[in-house]
Design a protein around this ligand. Structure first.
Ligand code: GLC
Length: 473
């Protein structure tokens, strides 16, 4: 089975968030179970500067009023035989950071290029995909383009990694693609139509739709406040009879055990595994606290993007109510200036709170290895990877009871869940965690359970393969 996976980013070549990790580790896991997988992403300048791949060829496509020449570059994913392709629009360079309309136009042009690339790769590399796997809004109009422009009836899977970002923009983008308004399904709903919603078009036109955890799949089908926009698309999809199955399939992401392994971690102060974790974690903690100037106390951390989704406001509120708890809080991450400022403010207020407002991969490893608990107060979380990483390092998650957090944490067994959005519940959960820590035997059991929980990609890759097979039937 040949599968072409596409999306906005793919580690190690270019990574901004969790999608980047998935685009590296899912292909690896699929290839291990016999799927012939290849990946295609834009050839951003950042990738070009770092790798400068050799050009393999080019093709021409009509975008706007002119012919665009698209260069094809490629490389094998390190330590594998999996080809990764990079498309370069020679007139309108693909730029990694773009706002507003430009971004919509850019990904319209990338999606059209992927449509044409399918022909190019079968002609020049004698490999034709049986199925296209698109990810998030950036690549969500590929199913529409294949149906209406390129006339290719290849099954398409659209995976939603975050429903918040839908790619809404001006209908003018259809002129650039030389497509008629009637060809998009969503448009018929508003009269007169003014906007196109990339993700919405993807949900309507893809053969199947999936997301990154079973609970998030349920949450987005019910009309939650954050996600009220999906149901019209699902209804439309059913009415049009385009997709084979109305249901949104939820498959939990995994983490890459080659990267996240405390026994081999070069960034951690000390390596350890399940047999010597008590010593290993203590040594890591001692060094971490020394390096941050903190006293030896139960240590809680937060690692992640500082975006509204991640619920730092809830954590900050809670911090204000636990100053008598005698704990340390370490916060690492970067993001919106407003959230960064409030994090810095709380760190200034309490000496036991340390904040590093940067994206620092190495420090993240040290924090996972040296903390006792990780707090994940997300307002919603499609999957979440940090709770899985932390557990692998024997760091117990205290997380909102939502999305992929609920699917990866067994409350009271390998972590703690609390009602999302409530700082008072987070405070209670921290109390529970501290009292569990005092019971040495029970806490040891919990840490070992967390470390042993299987979050490898192997399980999830099998589910994706099954879904692909079902789609090809
Ligand atoms: C997005 C989601 C996150 C998920 C990741 C990978 O970043 O917010 O929950 O883990 O995608 O699927």
């Amino acid at each position: 089975m040949n599968v072409l996976i596409t999306g906005y980013e793919a580690a190690p070549f270019y990574k901004r968030g969790g999608l980047g990790d998935v685009m590296e580790s899912l292909p690896k896991a699929l290839s291990k179970i016999g799927v012939d997988v290849r990946v295609v992403i834009p050839y951003y300048n950042d990738i070009k500067k770092k790798y400068n791949f050799k050009e393999e060829g080019e093709f021409v496509m009509k975008f706007e009023s002119e012919e665009d020449r698209i260069g094809v570059y490629s490389s094998l994913l390190p330590q594998t035989k999996i080809p990764f392709y990079f498309l370069d629009n020679k007139r309108h360079k693909f730029i990694s950071y773009k706002r507003g309309r430009d971004k919509i136009n850019q990904f319209a042009s990338f999606d059209l290029a992927v449509g044409h690339f399918i022909g190019w790769v079968s002609e020049h590399h004698h490999w034709s995909p049986d199925l296209i796997h698109c990810n998030d809004w950036h690549t969500a109009i590929i199913p529409l383009i294949l149906r209406k422009k390129i006339n290719l009836s290849i099954p398409t899977l659209l995976t939603i990694h975050n429903l918040m970002y839908q790619g809404v923009g001006s209908l003018k983008v259809l002129d650039l693609l030389h497509m008629k308004d009637e060809e998009t399904k969503e448009l018929k709903r508003d009269k007169p139509a003014t906007a196109i919603n990339f993700l919405g078009e993807g949900i309507i036109h893809a053969t199947r739709v999936s997301t990154v955890s079973p609970t998030y799949a349920k949450e987005i089908e019910q009309t939650e406040r954050d996600h009220s926009l999906i149901s019209p698309f699902l209804v439309k999809r059913e009415q049009e009879g385009l997709g084979k199955d109305r249901r949104v399939m939820g498959i939990l992401n995994g983490i890459d055990y080659d990267i996240w392994d405390p026994a081999k971690d070069e960034f951690a102060f000390h390596k350890f595994d399940i047999n010597n974790w008590e010593v290993g974690k203590k040594d890591n903690k001692d060094d971490l606290l020394k390096c941050l100037g903190l006293e030896d106390r139960p240590t809680f951390c937060f690692v992640g993007r500082m975006a509204a989704q991640k619920g730092l406001d809830i954590l900050i509120k809670t911090i204000n109510h636990i100053s008598n708890f005698n704990v340390n809080i370490i916060i690492l991450g970067s993001g919106t200036p407003k959230i960064q400022a409030s994090v810095l403010k709380i760190a200034k207020k309490f000496t036991w709170v340390k904040a590093e407002v940067v994206y620092d991969e190495e420090l993240a490893h040290k924090i996972y290895a040296g903390s006792d608990f990780i707090i994940v107060p997300s307002r919603y979380e499609p999957c979440g990877l940090i709770q899985m990483i932390a557990m692998r390092y024997g760091t117990i998650p205290i997380a909102s009871d939502t999305g992929g957090l609920r699917d990866s944490i067994l409350n009271g067994k390998n972590g703690f869940l609390f009602k999302k959005g409530k700082s008072i519940r987070l405070k209670k959960a921290i109390e529970r965690a501290l009292s569990r820590m005092q019971n040495k035997e029970k806490f040891k059991k919990m840490v070992e359970r967390a470390m042993k929980t299987d979050f490898s990609w192997d399980k999830s890759a099998v589910l994706y393969k099954k879904l692909y097979e079902e789609m090809l039937r």
